[in-house]
Design a protein around this ligand. Sequence first.
Ligand SMILES: [Zn+2]
Ligand SMILES: [Zn+2]
Length: 333
Amino acid sequence: MHASSNTTFPLYDDLYAGTDFSSLSWLEQQWAAWYIAIGNPVIATGLMSFLLHEIVYFGRSVPWIIIDAIPYFRRWKLQPSKIPTPKEQWECTKLVLFSHFTIELPAIWLFHPLAESIGMSTYQVPFPSIKSMAPQIAFFFFFEDMFHYIAHKALHTGILYKHIHKIHHKYSAPFGLAAEYAHPAEVMILGAGTLAGPLLYCYFAHDFHIFTMYVWIVLRLFQAVDAHSGYDFPWSLQHLLPFWSGAEHHDFHHMAFTNNFSTSFRWWDRICGTDTKYQEYRARVEAAKKAMKNATRAQKDAMEQKLMEEVEAEGMRAEAEVERSASKTVKLH
Ligand SMILES: [Zn+2]
Ligand SMILES: [Zn+2]
């Protein structure tokens, strides 16, 4: 039996008639219980999506706030001289919350009707198998990374940078909470890359469950928050998967302003030659470390600090140049 999308308060029978609850997993039972309790699939999906996003985004940011407060972890901080202050973190949180409530909440609310119109399963149980979800999620990672690379590069040009993306570059040394610190237009543009994969897949394959999308969004949120964390641990994912971007890759983007435009993977920057400065910088740090084999830790840190400052100064010049090109474009019109 199928509930029509205009059913305001579908009863248990409308949504789950004929469902054998004893055959479901604990999570699937909770899922059905949520839809039954809320009684309206549009509200149930909207509320769950919003809560999932808030809980995962801020929940994942909390460990990084704690790590920033403990000096022991500085040895793995990519830009150790730049620890975010509580005031900075609070300012950042306020803007992030503002865009969550003004942009994401309405967008999430419109999502259920859109999802249903292209045949996405929402309240239905059981969930798809891990075997069928895994390749879909791999495709979403690939698609989002490619989309983000193109859109992010476009956001680094003239007026798009000056009026939109500049906000995200407020922090030259990012921290977890700053992952979604951005202009509302940027949240929409780059968020489209996260949503378009599942929507396109569903549109063409006609067999897609919103649960798969939630798994993807949770993974994508972890990726985004971690990439902004500012820490590179020996056990960070990029040391296991050399093509994974991680914090080490994206932190350089914030520090140097140019290079490293992708989100999850390193391949587009490598193929398109937008990681040459990053490669040079890493080679310079390695060479200097080798040459200073017998130096003290403090001397090595001072050397690394100096190299970082050079890259950052160069980045500030590049940023000023982009902004100047924006004013020129405006004057021409
Ligand atoms: Zn950028
Ligand atoms: Zn960023």
